[in-house]
Ligand binder design. Sequence first.
Ligand SMILES: Nc1ncnc2c1ncn2[C@@H]1O[C@H](COP(=O)(O)OS(=O)(=O)O)[C@@H](OP(=O)(O)O)[C@H]1O
Length: 418
Amino acid sequence: MAHFKQGIHVGLVLSTLLLCTLLLYSYHAYLKLPVSNFQMRGASSKLVQSMHDIAKAKLRDTDNRNQTNTISSDEIAEEHHCTPRRNIVFFKMHKCSSSTVQNILFRYGEEHKLDFVLPKEGNYLGNGQYLFVRSLMMKFPVKKYNVLCHHTRFNYRGMAEVMHSDAVYTTIIRDPISMFESLFTYGNFALAYNLPEDKALELFLEKPEYYYAIAHTAGKLRVRNPMLYDLGLEDRSLGDPLRIKRKIHQMEYQFDLVMITEYFDESLILLRDLFCWEMDDIVYFVLNARNKSSVRAVSPKTADNIRRWNFGDVQLYDAFNRTFWKKVEAFGHDRMQREVAELRKRKAYFKEHCIADVVSGDEGVWRPPGIDIDSFKLKPEASKNKTCVRMIQTELPYSDHIRKIQVQRYFKSANQRD
Ligand SMILES: Nc1ncnc2c1ncn2[C@@H]1O[C@H](COP(=O)(O)OS(=O)(=O)O)[C@@H](OP(=O)(O)O)[C@H]1O
């Protein structure tokens, strides 16, 4: 009996020791886990971001969002250095300063001879209603493409099929109030709903369900939660709180960076950090801005109505605003201030050297009837400077140019090239 008790005692001591060892081991393993983006600081941010990227790439490759992925140290070491990103999806969100970002990508892609996913003509992959699928694009003899940055409806699977597996996914969103007003006015929804132009927005928002039903039948207009619509949320889910929540949650995994129009320069600094690009790669002039005379004032009541009707976009904006500021915090507020100041200095430099004048309603710049768009006139000496010329080039002519050089690259023999 005494032996038996002693045996139990020894057994208990041994199992306690084993348990302690296991606990210590797990704690050690826990400490080695990647910290969240929120905790990132300065130089370490790229490493953690890379780990995050690898984890996301794995998530995508396995296409199993519930699976837990382990990251090997080899993978981390390989990703530790900063290599400029050339495989990029920029989901071009309507009326969210996306033409300005697209121009940055056009310039970088042209300079580095990257392969773009291109519409067969014009600037839309599809007609704005279809989710992206490869049949909407021009075919080139390449297995995968580098950059996708034209208007379409977001479809992660469809895009992943044509993009490299390490592509970074980005987009931009805007305050739902100014976004909706811009979309409504620029899109001339007054005409579509047969409403008097000067009160169309207010009248639409008095009976949005009624007008939405008309739009729905016509299957044409993105008038409810337009950002979520662009992001691929099905029409029938645009008023469904649960599906909206799920969509936003899914986006947290699918996008590496969601920029914010209201913090455009800060957004570009985060983009530059993610892409590992030079400061001059992200300089820009604001493109596709309406002249003030074409912008409608929004009263507080109308603003409330816009928010109520577009509650999904409001949730989207709020969620990614929080994510955005966590990223800024991780990046470092001081560093952000310094880099924004540097970007603005470079912008001022290019403005001084390139721009003679800002004009409104230029015939050469596409604009909807009745809307004036601001555009730029170059200084005579800048008209031969490629950077200046490209920086002011609007979406349609620049898309044509990119299409032309890509066709030349793949389909025309050397002696046919001009
Ligand atoms: N840098 C920067 N900062 C703030 N706002 C900016 C910027 N660049 C463009 N914009 C505004 O974005 C609107 C145009 O958006 P898009 O280019 O996405 O429009 S489009 O869908 O391609 O037609 C358009 O908004 P509205 O003028 O209100 O229509 C532009 O003024």
